[in-house]
Write a protein that binds this ligand. Structure first.
Ligand SMILES: [Zn+2]
Ligand SMILES: [Zn+2]
Length: 512
């Protein structure tokens, strides 16, 4: 708490003695300076003050105030003679003040270390709120800085804490003037400056006091922070709130991404099937799907009866078409529907030729030309063109983004409300079953104990020219591929948003 201003005014006090020594209410005092500055001393010192010690500053409203006086030195103190040069004989001492218990502000010249120690010690016994010191020989308007050796009392600054009151240094000229005024306002009412006017204006009792009253305005750095500090604090709070919220949302979003990743890897979520993300299958994985030679034996009418043989179940009893090792019990029900007759490649629409065409069978049981399905899966889609089952390797998961989490959540919410979202998957299945219904009497038949035989799997691609003798062309095949992929709406992804929204989503990834 440093001292900012010193304000001296003159107060008129009632003398307790005229009420037989009983204490007089303080309301009887009057601020003569405030009422008429022409008939009383007043002085404002707005700066050029050095705060030497802030020990035990006691203030509720930033003002330390009291009657100004000069502490008494003991009679045998050699400093009395030295100080007489600077302190007028009739200066206000404690004995000249009202006997009631007012707070005091001491004023003392800083002559040398010895005398200052004497003044400080004397003031310790008084009801002191603060002490003002000044270097009487100095004509400068600015007292030395707090670290200046002028304030050294030879105890390494210990005096600043051993005296339980704050000490402030004022310019020498101001100190000298205040000392002179203190000598004018120490006597009876008839002796103070402008006593006649005061008497006629206020009609006080002649025994009343007129004394100098000092108000010190101190500021507490912690209480009055500069504006930039407030702005910094507010900015800091805002940054902390934004940062904390962002961190929390990133954490939550990270957990959502991890949860979606786990569900994708377990096969519970088909990101492409939901129209969330276009995916492709690694060629290495596609090549692991088995190749067969298409083998179809049309049923022959019995030479004796002229009838077709009786079928057991849906398949011809004489067909020995399935490599058993590839048909195990872990297959799901989709296999059964896929076992239906598939006479042509769904992608290029060309018929398979029995014992001639090499076909690739997907895990769902659907068969295609290798060159058709390999290009389709490796470049366009990860889904079987027929049943839309995912052909991605088990445990495979693309990089999950917040946008995917958002859209998967939205899709799940729609599904929970009963909306149909597997339209494309269903469409594929319907297409397949309509085919099979046309050819109920037929079965298809594959056999290939040596998968991938006779096929250059490293360079599987559609020929650039239409195959001779066939109706379809590469162009139309590729058009059909485009028709067979599930539409993916990536307009709702983060890439399609305006930059400001993308930035906001990066900071607050949970917002939609
Ligand atoms: Zn094909
Ligand atoms: Zn399929």
């Amino acid at each position: 708490m440093s001292l900012q201003t010193v304000r001296n005014v003159v107060l008129l006090f009632s003398n307790p003695s005229w009420s037989d020594g009983h204490s007089v209410p303080s309301t009887i005092l009057r601020n003569i300076t405030a009422l008429s500055s022409k008939i009383a001393y007043s002085e404002d010192l707005l700066g050029n003050i050095t705060t030497l010690s802030t020990t035990s500053v006691s203030t509720a409203n930033g003002v330390v105030q009291g009657l100004l006086y000069v502490p008494d030195l003991s009679d045998d103190d050699p400093c009395n003679d030295l100080a007489a040069t600077y302190i007028p004989q009739n200066v206000t001492r404690q004995v000249n003040l009202p006997t009631t218990n007012y707070n005091l502000i001491a004023l003392a010249p800083w002559i040398n270390a010895t005398c200052t120690r004497s003044f400080l010690a004397s003031a310790r016994a008084d009801p002191l709120r603060a002490m003002l010191v000044y270097r009487p020989d100095s004509d400068t308007s600015q007292p030395p800085d707090v670290d200046d050796e002028a304030w050294d009392l030879g105890d390494a600054g210990a005096w600043k804490t051993t005296n339980r009151y704050p000490v402030y240094a004022i310019p020498g000229a101001s100190g000298n003037e205040m000392m002179r005024q203190l000598s004018l306002y120490s006597g009876d009412l008839s002796e103070v400056p402008f006593s006649d006017q005061i008497m006629s204006t206020y009609s006080p009792n002649p025994a009343d006091y007129v004394r100098v009253w000092t108000e010190l305005t101190v500021i507490t750095v912690s209480k009055t922070l500069p504006l930039w500090a407030f702005i910094l604090i507010i900015l800091g709070v805002i940054v902390a709130v934004i940062g904390g919220t962002s961190l929390l949302m990133h954490f939550v979003q990270g957990r959502r991404r991890a949860a979606l990743r786990r569900r994708v890897m377990r096969g519970e979520v088909n990101l492409e099937g939901l129209g969330i993300k276009r995916l492709i299958v690694p060629m290495k994985h596609i090549k692991a799907f088995p190749l067969f030679t298409y083998n179809y034996d049309p049923p022959v009418p019995s030479p004796t009866t002229g009838k077709f043989p009786q079928k057991k179940g849906r398949r011809s009893s004489e067909a020995s078409w399935t490599p058993v090792s590839l048909r195990n019990d872990t297959r799901n029900e989709k296999i059964d529907s896929a076992m239906d007759y598939q006479p042509a490649c769904l992608i290029c629409l060309e018929d398979f030729e029995s014992k001639k065409t090499i076909i690739r069978e997907l895990p769902c049981g659907h068969i295609y030309h290798p060159e058709c399905i390999d290009e389709f899966l490796s470049q366009l889609s990860s889904l079987c063109p027929s049943c839309k089952a995912s052909m991605l390797p088990p445990g495979y998961c693309p990089k999950i983004t917040n946008s995917m989490v958002r859209r998967e959540f939205g899709t799940r919410r729609l599904r929970s409300r009963g909306a149909v979202i597997h339209v494309d998957v269903e469409r594929g299945r319907r297409r397949l079953s309509s085919w099979s219904s046309n050819m109920k009497k037929h079965i298809w038949h594959v056999s290939s104990p040596k998968p991938d035989e006779g096929l250059d799997l490293q360079a599987v691609s559609l020929p650039e020219q239409p195959r001779a003798g066939r109706l379809s062309t590469v162009g139309t095949t590729r058009d059909r591929m485009q028709d067979l992929i599930v539409p993916v709406d990536e307009t709702n992804s983060d890439d399609g948003r305006p930059p400001w929204k993308r930035t906001a989503l990066k900071v607050f990834p949970g917002f939609r």
